[in-house]
Design a binder for this molecule. Structure first.
Ligand code: ADP
Ligand code: MG
Length: 598
């Protein structure tokens, strides 16, 4: 008797399980299945992501459904469309030898008419997202008044997403005497409230430590300067050429920016966030599932329900505000018995958060260093050699071989290898040869030579330096200039730094977040009858390099341009300015426009 049979499962399920290649039940399956098969009970089951919860409720549900009746008997609520589809597929696979059982998925962003048509044909099991379910109930397109089983899957995530009211509403349309099975990775207060309110003496099973991170996941952190997050990310990706990762950012804006920047830098990346249409999200998710995209940059909300198994790395580009969220993020890797790595890029000031997370996940982080340019070059070199070795020869080349041989006839084997490898390697080498140490402990404040760090504008990642066409001549010193800019724009006390007042112009720095505010305030701004102009400076220095700037753009010429072209628009001003005259400025402007659309 195999171990699934010992749990009490019937032949049709055992056959399906064999087809799926499951050999032994997971812990949550071992604990939940017998209880659910033998008794009519409410159940709270806590188990991490990737522990096989779908089958833990799916197997007993299928076995208990009366396939001869077409009445809807089981309702599974799940947080996202992706999960909903995933569960539906799994349930259909488990029940493939139960020809009479019909499982239908109900979720937003698809035709409600199609879905209600499928329901009308008879759906013993409905898998639904709360929003669409509620909608269909109110339109009387579904009848859940006779269900025997209601499953709340990923309950913590559903509540996280604000579905409490919807769930309450949906449950009020179900009979009192049904059984409710709640599955969750964590047990925050909201979940216990649901359990208390809607369940009767639920049995409780817990797998592993409550709230513990998946132990197949290794947690690592990297301390970098605030402006070095992006170059650090790039290096982490370059050190892991076979990476298949989800990169988490805090905001939709950052998500979009990081993805755009990665794509621009030649990586196969995609963005997943709430400002994209359902259709766009589907496209991205499909490409990711098919591994056409190696790095999926996502917000926490959009990534809920990503259920892709082979994710090698989760990268926390920024840490989330809630520790709980970290658990969800890192749970995307190390699934189904595989190992995974959860990486965190942090600044020194965030290091205390690591302690808090360690306490929560009951696991230690490993401190790691961002690899140096040379290390990455080495890794890439060996990766490339291996790739060449393993590449399958394209037979189409055969016909051209004589001609190709002719071209290469004077190159010997050693030389040829060098050349082949150089084709790709030189790209890395020229990028990294001047690359600095990004690790915070070892890095100075030098911003020169940073690898491609700025994805918006200005010097580093987080900071922007500006040129302003007023200076000592206009009666300013650093304090009064600081006050003037701060009051004019409406910034906080510490928002301006590295103020450097020159004769007829000055410089100052801010964090990138306020750049738009500053630039729009100083559009067509006249003080004492004269245009005061602020522009993003290419000069990254915090005081040095003044001479170059002075000769590059005299105060006089600048003022003239302001007078005549004060309404010329920001792009024009920025583009035509001698300080931002670099190969990047055009790119930067188009990127700005692009992100404005999203
Ligand atoms: P959870 O809902 O706990 O996050 P899933 O139910 O999505 O986990 O299962 C994760 C993966 O593990 C799925 O691909 C599933 O097919 C697989 N799986 C589930 N149970 C077993 C088992 N007993 N043996 C092998 N693989 C399993
Ligand atoms: Mg699940």
């Amino acid at each position: 008797m195999n171990k699934f049979e010992a749990l009490g499962l019937e032949k049709s399920l055992l056959d399906a399980i064999a087809d799926m290649g499951f050999e032994t039940p997971s812990e949550v399956q071992e604990k939940a299945i017998p209880i659910l098969l033998e008794t009519e009970t409410d159940l709270v089951a806590l188990a991490q992501t990737g522990t096989g919860k779908t089958a833990a409720f799916g197997f007993p549900l299928i076995q208990k459904i009366d396939s001869a009746s077409r009445t809807t008997q089981g309702l599974i609520l799940s947080p996202t469309r992706e999960l909903c589809l995933q569960i539906t597929k799994e349930i259909q696979a488990y029940s493939k030898y139960e020809k009479q059982i019909n499982t239908v998925a109900i979720y937003g962003g698809a035709s409600i008419t199609d879905q209600s048509r499928q329901i009308k044909r008879g759906a013993q099991i409905i898998v639904a997202t709360p929003g669409r379910m509620k909608d269909m109930i109110s339109r009387r397109l579904v009848d859940i008044s006779k269900i025997d089983y209601c499953i709340l899957d990923e309950a913590d995530e559903m509540l996280n997403m604000g579905f409490f009211e919807d769930i309450k509403d949906i449950l009020s349309n179900t009979p009192d005497e049904k059984s409710t099975w709640l599955f969750s990775a964590t047990m925050p207060k909201e979940v216990s409230i649901i359990a208390k309110k809607f369940m009767h003496n639920p049995q409780e099973i817990t797998v592993g430590t409550k709230n513990a991170g998946t132990s197949t996941v290794q947690h690592e952190y990297y301390v970098v300067g605030g402006r070095d997050r992006y170059p650090a990310l790039k290096r982490l990706a370059d050190t892991n050429p076979a990476i298949f990762a989800v990169i988490f950012c805090r905001t939709k804006r950052d998500t979009q920016k990081v993805a755009e920047k990665l794509i621009e830098d030649g990586y196969s990346a995609g963005a997943l966030h709430g400002d994209l249409s359902q259709n766009q999200r589907d496209l991205v998710m499909n490409s990711f599932r098919k591994k056409q995209i190696q790095m999926l940059v996502a917000t926490d909300v959009a990534a809920r329900g990503i259920d892709v198994n082979d994710i090698t790395h989760v990268i926390n580009y920024q840490l989330p505000d809630e520790i709980e969220t970290y658990t969800h993020r890192s749970g995307r890797t190390g699934r189904a018995g595989k190992s995974g790595i959860s990486m965190v890029i942090i600044t020194r000031s965030e290091m205390r958060k690591i302690k808090a997370i360690e306490n929560k996940i009951q696991q230690k982080f490993i401190t790691k260093k961002i690899p140096t340019g040379i290390e990455i070059c080495e890794i890439q070199l060996f990766h490339l050699a291996n790739k060449i070795k393993e590449t399958e020869v394209n037979e189409e080349i055969e016909a051209y071989l004589p001609a190709i041989n002719d071209v290469l006839k004077d190159v010997d084997r050693e030389e040829l290898i060098k050349k082949i490898v150089s084709v790709e390697f030189t790209r890395f080498f020229s990028y990294y040869k001047k690359g600095k140490d990004l690790n915070q402990a070892g890095s100075s404040d030098g911003r020169e030579g940073r690898d491609g760090g700025d994805f918006s504008r200005g010097p580093g990642n987080g900071q922007v330096r500006y040129f302003i066409n007023v200076g000592e001549k206009d009666g300013y010193d650093w304090m009064s200039l600081k006050d003037f800019v701060r009051d004019t724009v409406g910034l906080g006390k510490d928002d301006l730094f590295k103020v450097d007042v020159k004769d007829s112009f000055s410089f100052f720095n801010t964090e990138a977040e306020v750049t738009d505010k500053i630039l729009s305030t100083f559009t067509d701004l006249k003080v004492d009858g004269r245009f005061v102009n602020v522009e993003v400076s290419k000069n990254p220095g915090g005081g040095g390099g003044g001479r170059r700037n002075r000769s590059g753009g005299g105060g006089g010429g600048r003022r003239d341009r302001n007078k005549s072209g004060g309404s010329g628009g920001r792009d024009k001003r920025r583009g035509g300015n001698s300080f931002s005259k670099s190969e990047n400025s055009g790119k930067r402007r188009s990127k700005k426009r692009k992100s404005d659309f999203f």
